[in-house]
Design a protein around this ligand. Structure first.
Ligand SMILES: [Zn+2]
Length: 282
Protein backbone atom coordinates (compact mmCIF):
# COMPACT_ATOMS: atom_id res chain seq x y z
CA UNK A 1 0.00 0.00 0.00
CA UNK A 2 1.23 3.46 -0.89
CA UNK A 3 1.07 5.82 2.09
CA UNK A 4 1.81 9.57 2.01
CA UNK A 5 4.04 9.95 5.08
CA UNK A 6 7.85 9.84 4.86
CA UNK A 7 9.14 6.46 6.14
CA UNK A 8 5.56 5.19 6.51
CA UNK A 9 5.42 1.44 7.15
CA UNK A 10 3.01 -1.43 7.60
CA UNK A 11 4.48 -4.12 9.82
CA UNK A 12 3.03 -7.62 10.19
CA UNK A 13 4.14 -9.46 13.36
CA UNK A 14 3.42 -13.02 12.20
CA UNK A 15 5.00 -12.65 8.75
CA UNK A 16 1.76 -12.94 6.73
CA UNK A 17 1.68 -10.94 3.52
CA UNK A 18 0.59 -7.33 3.86
CA UNK A 19 -2.53 -7.99 1.76
CA UNK A 20 -3.57 -10.99 3.90
CA UNK A 21 -2.81 -9.16 7.14
CA UNK A 22 -5.01 -6.23 6.15
CA UNK A 23 -7.82 -8.39 4.77
CA UNK A 24 -8.29 -10.39 8.01
CA UNK A 25 -8.70 -7.30 10.24
CA UNK A 26 -12.00 -7.05 12.14
CA UNK A 27 -11.12 -4.43 14.78
CA UNK A 28 -9.07 -1.33 13.93
CA UNK A 29 -7.50 1.17 16.35
CA UNK A 30 -6.54 4.60 14.98
CA UNK A 31 -4.44 6.70 17.36
CA UNK A 32 -2.20 9.73 17.32
CA UNK A 33 0.83 8.33 19.14
CA UNK A 34 2.76 5.16 19.93
CA UNK A 35 1.24 3.72 23.15
CA UNK A 36 -2.19 5.43 22.75
CA UNK A 37 -3.62 2.25 21.26
CA UNK A 38 -2.62 0.14 24.26
CA UNK A 39 -4.09 2.69 26.69
CA UNK A 40 -7.41 3.20 24.89
CA UNK A 41 -8.27 0.24 22.61
CA UNK A 42 -7.72 -2.73 24.87
CA UNK A 43 -11.15 -4.18 24.04
CA UNK A 44 -10.18 -4.53 20.38
CA UNK A 45 -6.74 -5.92 21.21
CA UNK A 46 -8.28 -8.58 23.48
CA UNK A 47 -10.78 -9.56 20.77
CA UNK A 48 -7.89 -10.45 18.49
CA UNK A 49 -5.56 -11.98 21.09
CA UNK A 50 -5.42 -15.74 20.73
CA UNK A 51 -8.17 -15.73 18.11
CA UNK A 52 -8.01 -16.97 14.55
CA UNK A 53 -11.38 -15.40 13.65
CA UNK A 54 -10.92 -11.83 14.87
CA UNK A 55 -7.86 -9.68 14.28
CA UNK A 56 -6.81 -6.31 15.64
CA UNK A 57 -4.76 -3.75 13.73
CA UNK A 58 -3.19 -0.54 15.05
CA UNK A 59 -2.74 2.65 13.04
CA UNK A 60 -0.32 5.22 14.47
CA UNK A 61 -0.80 8.55 12.75
CA UNK A 62 2.12 10.68 14.00
CA UNK A 63 5.85 10.05 13.91
CA UNK A 64 6.29 10.30 17.70
CA UNK A 65 8.84 13.10 17.60
CA UNK A 66 8.87 15.64 20.39
CA UNK A 67 7.84 13.37 23.27
CA UNK A 68 9.29 14.16 26.74
CA UNK A 69 12.38 12.11 27.59
CA UNK A 70 14.56 11.39 30.58
CA UNK A 71 16.93 8.80 32.04
CA UNK A 72 18.24 6.35 29.45
CA UNK A 73 16.63 8.44 26.71
CA UNK A 74 17.54 11.88 28.08
CA UNK A 75 20.06 12.69 25.35
CA UNK A 76 18.22 11.08 22.44
CA UNK A 77 17.48 13.32 19.46
CA UNK A 78 13.97 13.53 17.98
CA UNK A 79 15.21 11.27 15.19
CA UNK A 80 16.46 8.63 17.65
CA UNK A 81 13.25 8.82 19.70
CA UNK A 82 11.19 8.09 16.60
CA UNK A 83 13.20 4.90 16.04
CA UNK A 84 12.81 3.83 19.68
CA UNK A 85 9.08 4.52 19.75
CA UNK A 86 8.45 2.62 16.53
CA UNK A 87 10.32 -0.37 17.94
CA UNK A 88 8.29 -0.20 21.17
CA UNK A 89 5.07 -0.17 19.15
CA UNK A 90 6.27 -3.24 17.24
CA UNK A 91 7.02 -5.00 20.54
CA UNK A 92 3.43 -4.30 21.66
CA UNK A 93 2.04 -5.50 18.33
CA UNK A 94 4.00 -8.76 18.68
CA UNK A 95 2.98 -9.39 22.30
CA UNK A 96 -0.64 -8.43 21.59
CA UNK A 97 -0.78 -10.61 18.43
CA UNK A 98 -1.97 -7.75 16.22
CA UNK A 99 -2.64 -8.56 12.60
CA UNK A 100 -0.56 -5.52 11.60
CA UNK A 101 0.54 -2.08 12.70
CA UNK A 102 0.66 0.90 10.33
CA UNK A 103 2.98 3.83 10.98
CA UNK A 104 1.64 6.75 8.93
CA UNK A 105 4.54 8.87 10.22
CA UNK A 106 3.07 12.35 9.79
CA UNK A 107 4.32 15.28 11.86
CA UNK A 108 2.01 16.49 14.59
CA UNK A 109 1.73 19.91 12.92
CA UNK A 110 0.61 18.26 9.69
CA UNK A 111 -2.09 16.30 11.51
CA UNK A 112 -3.37 19.46 13.14
CA UNK A 113 -3.84 21.16 9.75
CA UNK A 114 -7.41 20.18 8.88
CA UNK A 115 -6.89 21.33 5.27
CA UNK A 116 -4.07 18.80 4.71
CA UNK A 117 -5.72 15.80 3.03
CA UNK A 118 -2.76 13.39 3.34
CA UNK A 119 -3.57 11.91 6.78
CA UNK A 120 -7.22 11.47 5.82
CA UNK A 121 -6.24 9.76 2.54
CA UNK A 122 -3.96 7.32 4.41
CA UNK A 123 -6.65 6.48 6.96
CA UNK A 124 -9.17 6.00 4.15
CA UNK A 125 -6.82 3.66 2.25
CA UNK A 126 -6.37 1.51 5.36
CA UNK A 127 -10.13 1.44 6.00
CA UNK A 128 -10.73 0.35 2.40
CA UNK A 129 -8.17 -2.45 2.67
CA UNK A 130 -9.28 -3.69 6.09
CA UNK A 131 -13.07 -3.09 6.14
CA UNK A 132 -13.17 -3.35 9.96
CA UNK A 133 -16.40 -4.04 11.83
CA UNK A 134 -15.30 -1.86 14.73
CA UNK A 135 -13.07 1.24 14.84
CA UNK A 136 -11.54 2.63 18.04
CA UNK A 137 -10.13 6.15 18.00
CA UNK A 138 -9.84 9.16 20.32
CA UNK A 139 -12.95 10.71 21.85
CA UNK A 140 -14.18 14.23 21.07
CA UNK A 141 -13.74 15.50 24.64
CA UNK A 142 -10.04 14.55 24.91
CA UNK A 143 -7.82 17.48 25.90
CA UNK A 144 -4.87 16.68 23.60
CA UNK A 145 -5.06 18.72 20.37
CA UNK A 146 -3.46 16.00 18.22
CA UNK A 147 -5.96 13.44 19.52
CA UNK A 148 -8.87 15.68 18.48
CA UNK A 149 -7.33 16.15 15.05
CA UNK A 150 -7.00 12.38 14.62
CA UNK A 151 -10.62 11.64 15.52
CA UNK A 152 -11.80 14.37 13.12
CA UNK A 153 -9.60 12.99 10.29
CA UNK A 154 -10.97 9.51 11.06
CA UNK A 155 -14.61 10.62 10.91
CA UNK A 156 -13.90 12.51 7.66
CA UNK A 157 -12.17 9.45 6.14
CA UNK A 158 -15.06 7.12 7.03
CA UNK A 159 -17.53 9.62 5.56
CA UNK A 160 -15.73 9.31 2.21
CA UNK A 161 -16.61 5.59 2.11
CA UNK A 162 -19.89 4.33 0.63
CA UNK A 163 -22.43 3.57 3.38
CA UNK A 164 -22.12 -0.20 2.91
CA UNK A 165 -18.35 -0.09 3.49
CA UNK A 166 -18.45 1.85 6.73
CA UNK A 167 -17.70 0.18 10.08
CA UNK A 168 -20.67 -0.98 12.14
CA UNK A 169 -19.34 0.77 15.22
CA UNK A 170 -16.95 3.67 15.85
CA UNK A 171 -15.88 4.34 19.42
CA UNK A 172 -14.05 7.34 20.91
CA UNK A 173 -11.80 6.10 23.70
CA UNK A 174 -10.32 7.64 26.82
CA UNK A 175 -6.78 8.91 27.39
CA UNK A 176 -6.42 12.60 28.27
CA UNK A 177 -9.67 12.88 30.26
CA UNK A 178 -11.53 9.76 31.07
CA UNK A 179 -15.18 9.27 30.16
CA UNK A 180 -16.66 8.62 33.58
CA UNK A 181 -18.59 11.90 33.21
CA UNK A 182 -20.80 10.60 30.40
CA UNK A 183 -24.26 9.73 31.74
CA UNK A 184 -24.57 5.96 31.99
CA UNK A 185 -26.98 5.75 29.05
CA UNK A 186 -24.30 7.35 26.86
CA UNK A 187 -21.39 5.25 28.12
CA UNK A 188 -20.00 2.45 26.03
CA UNK A 189 -18.67 -0.16 28.45
CA UNK A 190 -15.56 -2.14 27.55
CA UNK A 191 -15.17 -5.06 29.99
CA UNK A 192 -11.50 -6.08 30.12
CA UNK A 193 -11.59 -9.05 32.46
CA UNK A 194 -9.22 -11.40 30.69
CA UNK A 195 -5.44 -11.45 30.15
CA UNK A 196 -4.64 -8.84 32.78
CA UNK A 197 -0.98 -9.89 32.47
CA UNK A 198 -0.99 -9.08 28.75
CA UNK A 199 -2.69 -5.73 29.42
CA UNK A 200 0.06 -4.81 31.89
CA UNK A 201 2.76 -5.89 29.43
CA UNK A 202 1.30 -3.96 26.52
CA UNK A 203 1.58 -0.59 28.24
CA UNK A 204 4.81 -1.56 29.99
CA UNK A 205 6.84 -2.10 26.81
CA UNK A 206 6.72 1.65 26.05
CA UNK A 207 9.75 2.21 28.25
CA UNK A 208 10.76 5.51 26.64
CA UNK A 209 7.45 7.08 27.69
CA UNK A 210 7.42 5.65 31.20
CA UNK A 211 11.10 6.39 31.84
CA UNK A 212 10.34 9.92 30.69
CA UNK A 213 8.60 10.33 34.03
CA UNK A 214 5.03 9.19 33.40
CA UNK A 215 3.80 5.92 34.97
CA UNK A 216 1.33 5.12 32.21
CA UNK A 217 1.65 1.43 33.06
CA UNK A 218 0.36 1.86 36.62
CA UNK A 219 -2.10 4.65 35.82
CA UNK A 220 -3.78 2.81 32.94
CA UNK A 221 -4.48 -0.32 34.98
CA UNK A 222 -5.54 1.79 37.97
CA UNK A 223 -8.03 3.72 35.84
CA UNK A 224 -9.54 0.46 34.57
CA UNK A 225 -9.85 -0.88 38.11
CA UNK A 226 -11.33 2.38 39.41
CA UNK A 227 -13.91 2.46 36.63
CA UNK A 228 -14.94 -1.13 37.45
CA UNK A 229 -15.65 -0.25 41.07
CA UNK A 230 -17.05 3.27 40.69
CA UNK A 231 -19.29 2.55 37.71
CA UNK A 232 -22.25 1.35 39.81
CA UNK A 233 -22.74 2.56 43.36
CA UNK A 234 -25.48 0.13 44.38
CA UNK A 235 -24.28 -3.22 43.05
CA UNK A 236 -21.20 -5.35 43.41
CA UNK A 237 -18.49 -5.12 40.74
CA UNK A 238 -19.55 -7.05 37.64
CA UNK A 239 -16.08 -6.63 36.12
CA UNK A 240 -12.64 -6.17 37.58
CA UNK A 241 -11.38 -3.87 34.81
CA UNK A 242 -13.34 -1.45 32.61
CA UNK A 243 -12.73 1.24 30.03
CA UNK A 244 -15.41 3.65 28.90
CA UNK A 245 -16.05 4.77 25.34
CA UNK A 246 -18.03 7.47 23.54
CA UNK A 247 -20.15 5.93 20.79
CA UNK A 248 -19.32 7.98 17.68
CA UNK A 249 -21.30 5.74 15.30
CA UNK A 250 -24.06 8.35 14.71
CA UNK A 251 -21.39 10.60 13.14
CA UNK A 252 -20.62 8.04 10.44
CA UNK A 253 -24.28 7.24 9.81
CA UNK A 254 -25.30 10.87 9.32
CA UNK A 255 -22.75 12.94 7.39
CA UNK A 256 -24.53 16.17 8.30
CA UNK A 257 -24.12 15.65 12.03
CA UNK A 258 -21.52 18.16 13.26
CA UNK A 259 -18.91 16.55 15.61
CA UNK A 260 -18.78 19.66 17.78
CA UNK A 261 -22.54 19.79 18.22
CA UNK A 262 -22.58 16.03 18.84
CA UNK A 263 -20.14 16.21 21.78
CA UNK A 264 -21.78 19.36 23.17
CA UNK A 265 -25.06 17.45 23.31
CA UNK A 266 -23.38 14.75 25.42
CA UNK A 267 -22.01 17.44 27.74
CA UNK A 268 -25.51 18.93 27.98
CA UNK A 269 -26.88 15.56 29.07
CA UNK A 270 -24.22 15.44 31.81
CA UNK A 271 -25.12 18.98 32.83
CA UNK A 272 -28.83 18.12 32.94
CA UNK A 273 -28.12 15.04 35.08
CA UNK A 274 -26.11 17.03 37.65
CA UNK A 275 -28.67 19.79 37.71
CA UNK A 276 -31.65 17.44 38.18
CA UNK A 277 -30.02 15.55 41.06
CA UNK A 278 -29.09 18.69 42.99
CA UNK A 279 -32.52 20.19 42.36
CA UNK A 280 -34.30 17.04 43.54
CA UNK A 281 -32.78 17.31 47.03
CA UNK A 282 -32.70 21.08 47.41
ZN1 LIG B 1 -1.41 10.38 22.40
Amino acid sequence: MKLNGPKAEIWVPDGASEADALKRVTHLGIAAHQDDIEIMSMEGILKGFGSSKEWFMAVIVTNGAGSPRDGLYGNYTDEEMQVVRRMEQKKAAFVGEYSAVAFLNHSSSRIKNAADAAPRQDIKAILEATKPRVVYTHNLADKHDTHISVVLHTIAAIRELPAAQRPEKVYGCEIWRDLDWLVDADKQIFALDCHENIQVSLVGVFDSQIAGGKRYDLATMARRRAHATYYQSHSIDASSLLNFGMDLTPLVQDDKLDPREFVLRLIQRFSDDVSARVKKFS
